[in-house]
Every structure is written in structure tokens, then in C-alpha cells.
Design a protein around this ligand. Structure first.
Ligand SMILES: NC(=O)c1ccc[n+]([C@@H]2O[C@H](COP(=O)([O-])OP(=O)(O)OC[C@H]3O[C@@H](n4cnc5c(N)ncnc54)[C@H](OP(=O)(O)O)[C@@H]3O)[C@@H](O)[C@H]2O)c1
Length: 337
């Protein structure tokens, strides 16, 4: 192996496992990989490119001789270890919410604002999963016809909460089908055969933190401070794949045909939009794919400058691991690392 010395923090988690998979699949130029997690996982062995690698506990010394660290172990761990790694000269690409709205930290989706990477001071933030897929679909349209307002409703998979939530959905589904009672642990209520309009904490303004992340992060990534955005985020009993119903108000009218043509040529987007044969993006079929899928593109009957569409992506790949690795690849490709 030739290339960079890479560390994955949270390597045993859902996103960490996806990091390893994406690094392998994309033949990322690595000369070494360090797998880090909590002391609970220290000593566990994982395979990377068919070689066994031992998981180590994350400590302040974990980042010596590392070039890039991919963090996905939660906000607390990022808050503690990312600055330590950055001070040691490591480029940190952080998946948590710890630094996303920090004005010193670029928040990047390479298809939208790759140039912002250059401003980094050691830490680059990976946006929230539901934000990433939305901006990949919005930005190519916004460039042509500036967007004034966005209303988005999300249908988010349980994998967005981590490995324990995947297990909770499986277990609850089994119990419900057996006619037995369910005691929720990860979520405040039963998630099997149910929908929960609560993702992350409630804020004083009535929105949840997840909904507010979509507002603030979208504006920061798209450099669109004036854009009016409102989100309702809903957890659904789906394992992988976030879906979004998005209503857009443009500055000028835009036909569905024009939007389809622009999106068909946009990087990272695939249009699946043939309603007459029931062809539209679905969570189960996009799981494992890299693209952001768009369908159901139609005029919004409630506004003359409005369009509505349905956007689906794999939250663990484009929503987390893949986007972070694309940031690293952009840096390599442009000679920024
Ligand atoms: N899932 C998604 O779609 C998604 C999308 C974007 C961002 N994220 C973010 O990515 C992070 C992880 O998500 P996930 O879904 O992978 O969660 P997860 O499956 O629960 O995994 C959590 C990971 O964090 C590690 N960890 C926990 N405590 C630690 C400690 N004290 N020191 C070092 N490592 C520790 C765990 O290691 P052990 O196995 O040793 O406990 C595990 O590797 C979260 O910040 C989440 O918000 C997730």
C-alpha cells in the first residue's frame, strides 16, 4: 500500500464500518490504517483489504504519524480528540455535529462547495446526513434559478441513529409480529410499524435539533444565508436510506423538464422519474449506492415558481462515510494535502 496514513475513530460503529468499506471499494491511497474505538473494543480484529487490523482504544497519542483522521464516534469524542489530532498536524474530517456551525471550520459537500476546504485549519466538518442529500439535489437547480424557500419533510432510516437502533427495529418487529409487548430503549416510543416525528432534542422554537441542522447547515454549505427553510424530520421503520419530500420556491418559474435535465447532468445525482411505470427512488433499492436519487419531479400546484420532488440516498454512504472520503479525495486530487 502507498499513500496516506489514515485513522478511523469509531471504526467499530455503523459509519466506521462503512468508512472501511468505502476506503476499500474506492482503492483509497493508504499506506497504513489505524482503527480506533472505545476501550470496550480494544483488541478486536477487523479486516481491511484482507488484512487483519487490531482495534485500539482512542487516546491522545493515537494520532502520531497520522495524515488524515476520519471521526465518527459522536460529538463528545470529536470535541475532545479532534483538536488534539489537528494540533498534531492531522487533517480531521469529522462526522459529528461538534464543529459544523463553527465559522473556522468548513462544512463541505464536494459537489457543492469543494473550494471551502482550502479554508480549513485542521478540521473539516461532514454535514448531517439529511442535509447532504438535500443540497446535492438543490444546488444544481439553485445555480440556474436561485432558490428563495424550501419546505422539506424527511423519512429517516434507523441506521442514522447507529447500530443499537438497527437492532431495536429488528427486535421490536419480531416481538410485534409474535403479538408480544415492546419496551423501547433507543427511541422514546416503539419504532416498529410506527413513525416518530422526533429526531434529536426539541429546541425552544418548537423544531428539533435535526430539523434546525437542516436549516443552518444548508445555508452554510450553499452560501445562501437568505434562503428560507423549514423542515420536519421523521424517523421511519426503514433500516437504510433517508427519503425527503422537498418543495422548492425559485426566483423564476422552472419547468419539471428543465429541472430533470439539469439534475440528470449534475454530479452525484441520478434521476429516476417515470411515474407511469412506478419508477421513483426507494430507500430499499438505493441502499449500497453512492448517488443521490431524485424522482417525482413536478410543478408545485401551490406556487407559480414552485417545484416538488422526492430525494433518496444511502445515509451511511453519501450521508456519512462516502461524503467524508470524497472530501479527502478532493484534497488529494487538488494537491491540498
Ligand atoms: N449513522 C448515520 O447515518 C450517521 C450519519 C452522519 C453522521 N453520523 C455520526 O457518526 C457518529 C457515529 O455514528 P454511528 O451510526 O456509527 O454510531 P454507532 O454505530 O453507535 O457507533 C459508535 C462508534 O463510536 C465509538 N465510540 C463510542 N464511545 C467511544 C469512546 N469513548 N472513544 C472512542 N470511540 C467511541 C464506538 O466504539 P465501541 O464499539 O468501542 O463502543 C463505535 O465505534 C455519530 O456522531 C453520528 O451522529 C452518523
Amino acid at each position: 500500500m502507498k499513500g496516506l496514513h489514515v485513522a478511523v475513530v469509531g471504526a467499530t460503529g455503523l459509519v466506521g464500518q462503512e468508512f472501511i468499506k468505502v476506503l476499500e471499494q474506492r482503492n483509497f491511497p493508504m499506506s497504513s490504517i489505524r482503527l480506533l474505538a472505545s476501550d470496550r473494543s480494544a483488541g478486536r480484529k477487523l479486516f481491511v483489504n484482507h488484512e487483519e487490523v487490531e482495534v485500539k482504544e482512542t487516546t491522545s497519542q493515537s494520532f502520531d504519524h497520522v495524515d488524515i483522521a476520519l471521526f465518527s464516534a459522536g460529538t463528545e469524542i470529536s470535541n475532545h480528540f479532534s483538536p488534539i489530532a489537528a494540533r498534531a498536524g492531522v487533517v480531521v474530517i469529522d462526522n459529528s455535529a461538534a464543529f459544523r456551525m463553527d465559522s473556522e471550520v468548513p462544512l463541505v459537500v464536494p459537489e457543492v462547495n469543494a473550494e471551502d476546504i482550502k479554508e480549513h485549519k485542521g478540521i473539516i466538518a461532514n454535514p448531517n446526513c439529511s442535509t447532504i442529500q438535500m443540497v446535492v439535489a438543490l444546488y444544481p437547480l439553485h445555480r440556474v434559478n436561485p432558490i428563495k424557500r424550501v419546505i422539506v419533510d424527511t423519512y429517516q432510516a434507523v441506521s442514522g441513529t447507529g447500530a443499537a437502533a438497527m437492532e431495536e427495529l429488528s427486535e421490536q418487529a419480531r416481538l410485534v409480529l409474535e403479538g408480544r409487548s415492546v419496551v423501547p430503549h433507543v427511541y422514546p416510543h416503539q419504532i416498529a410499524f410506527n413513525l416518530l416525528p422526533e429526531i434529536d432534542l426539541f429546541l425552544d422554537n418548537g423544531y428539533t435539533k435535526e430539523e434546525w441542522k437542516m436549516v443552518e447547515e444548508t445555508r452554510k454549505i450553499m452560501h445562501a444565508e437568505e434562503m428560507a427553510i423549514s423542515a420536519t424530520c421523521v424517523r421511519v421503520p426503514v433500516f437504510i436510506g433517508h427519503s425527503e419530500a422537498i418543495h422548492i420556491e425559485f426566483s423564476e418559474p422552472m419547468s419539471p423538464e428543465t429541472a430533470r435535465r439539469i439534475l440528470a447532468e449534475a454530479p452525484g445525482v441520478k434521476v429516476l422519474d417515470e411515474p407511469n411505470i412506478s419508477l421513483y427512488p426507494q430507500a430499499w433499492s438505493v441502499a449500497g449506492s453512492d448517488d443521490v436519487f431524485v424522482g417525482r419531479i413536478r410543478r408545485d400546484a401551490s406556487h407559480s415558481c414552485g417545484l416538488a420532488m422526492w430525494v433518496v440516498a444511502d445515509n451511511l454512504r453519501k450521508g456519512a462515510a462516502l461524503n467524508a472520503i470524497q472530501i479527502a479525495e478532493t484534497m488529494i486530487g487538488r494537491g491540498w494535502i
